[in-house]
Structure formats: C-alpha cells, structure tokens
Design a protein around this ligand. Structure first.
Ligand code: AP5
Ligand code: MG
Ligand code: ZN
Length: 212
C-alpha cells in the first residue's frame, strides 16, 4: 500500500499514521519528524531547516524532495509506505509522481483529513510529544506518570512550533495556501479520499480503513 496523508495542522495526521502503519505493516515517512530529528542532531539538513521549522514556514522544496527521495530508496519502502506531511506543495506532488514513475509504481490513495481551524488550534495548543519516540499526548490525555512517555520513558514536552498561537496560524495559512490545492490534484487522479477528522481517534481511524 502506497499512501499519502494530507490535512491541516492538528488534523491528526501523526496520530492516525501510527495506527495505519501498524495495520498495513508499512513504514511511515514523516518529513516533520525527519526535520526535527535533523535539527536536534545539528546535522547539515538540520542547520538548513531549523529556522523554517521554528517559524512554521515551509522548508524549501529542493531540500524536502531530496530527503524524501533518499528515504524512499531504502529497502523497507520498496513495496509500500505512508508519507505524513509530504507532499505539501504542487512541486512536491509532481516530484513524488516522478519518483514513483521511475519505480513503475503509483499511489493507492491520498487521504485528506479535514478539521475546522478552531479544532486545529485547540488540539495543537494542548499537544505534548515524546521527545524520544514521537508519541502524541494531550493535556486532556496525558501519560500515566508525570509527563514521562508510557511507551519508552522519554520526556514528554511541548513542540517548539506549538508554542505560540501566531506560529500555529502561520502554519495553518501555509496549509491553506500551498497544500490544500493538492486535494484537486489528487481528485483529478482519482486517488483522493476525504476523511472527516472530528470525533474520537478510533472513529477517525475506522473512517480511514473504510475508505481504503
Ligand atoms: P509537521 O511535523 O508535519 O507538522 P504539521 O503539519 O504542523 O502537523 P502536525 O504534526 O502539527 O499535526 P498532525 O496532523 O500530525 O496532528 P497530530 O496527530 O499530532 O511539520 C512541521 C514543520 O516541518 C512544518 O511547519 C515545516 O516547517 C516542516 N515541513 C514538514 N514537511 C514539510 C514539507 N513537505 N515541505 C516543507 N516543509 C515541511 O494531532 C494533534 C493533537 O491532537 C495531538 O495532541 C493529538 O493527541 C490530538 N488528536 C489527534 N486526533 C484527535 C482526535 N480525533 N480527537 C482528539 N484529539 C486528537
Ligand atoms: Mg504530525
Ligand atoms: Zn516515547
């Protein structure tokens, strides 16, 4: 299964990705996680991406496409993958089609999770993330033991780009300007599956499984 998942910030892309990859046994490739890892390891990609990610701006297409191309060429992605947070621009969507064409492959579906802006804001302002394994929590559903990850024992903290409402709004604006138009791109290719993102995490997941 070859999938991409689109949606505004806080729609639950990361939350649902974790469930999808478990059910379909495919690797998740999340560009935001890759950038955050590179930034915390202070490598070359991290140095280039740092300011964009902190301010909630899109990292330039060239660098983003290069890291995705590299990651997709690894063995575990040869017969299936879920891309979380990529593509986010028309140039990225076209580049992905070229990469897949070179491999004689195509996407099975582009899932677009939809939530209204106030839901995005509420979820992101309350989100807390494991700094070690990336698992999501929320002020309303914290880990069992004092902000220590239930899965790995890592420290659970706020993401740097969830800190200020202004940064979240900038990210949402980027989504509406650059990424939302991709829905028509995938609709034209008959791969778009729109998923309402409100309701419980299980309800949203059931909708995804039904759509697939
Ligand atoms: P990225 O890491 O992809 O962040 P994002 O797009 O801002 O999306 P989020 O991770 O904030 O939202 P999500 O939909 O995953 O929500 P989640 O599941 O966590 O990108 C970060 C940055 O990297 C970008 O700003 C950019 O700078 C750069 N970047 C990345 N990819 C790029 C690209 N392709 N091109 C250029 N730049 C790129 O859920 C949110 C919260 O809600 C959690 O607390 C969760 O527990 C809760 N929640 C989820 N579902 C539900 C539910 N059904 N009910 C109640 N609560 C829920
Ligand atoms: Mg995410
Ligand atoms: Zn963890």
């Amino acid at each position: 299964m070859r999938l991409v998942i689109l949606g505004p910030q806080g729609a639950g892309k990361g939350t649902q990705s974790a469930r999808i990859v478990e059910k379909y046994d495919i690797p998740v490739i999340a560009t935001g996680d890759m950038f955050r890892w590179a930034i915390s390891h202070e490598n070359e990609v991290g140095q280039e991406a740092r300011d964009y990610v902190r301010r909630g701006r899109l990292v330039p297409d060239e660098l983003t496409i290069e890291i995705v191309r590299g990651r997709l060429s690894q063995d575990d992605a040869s017969d299936g993958f879920l891309l979380d947070g990529f593509p986010r621009t028309l140039a990225q969507a076209e580049a992905l089609d070229v990469i897949l064409e070179e491999r004689g492959q195509a996407l099975d579906a582009a899932l677009a999770i939809e939530v209204p802006e106030e839901v995005s804001l509420r979820r992101l302002l309350g989100r807390r993330v494991c700094s070690n394994c990336g698992r999501n929590y929320h002020l309303d559903s914290p880990p069992q033991d004092n902000w220590t990850c239930d899965r790995c024992g890592g420290k659970v903290e706020r993401r740097a780009d969830d800190d200020e409402e202004a940064t979240i709004r900038e990210r949402l604006k980027n989504y509406h300007d650059s990424t939302e138009p991709l829905k028509s791109y995938y609709e034209e290719r008959d791969t778009l599956r729109v998923i309402p993102g409100e309701g419980t995490m299980d309800e949203v997941f059931d909708r995804i499984v039904a759509a697939l």
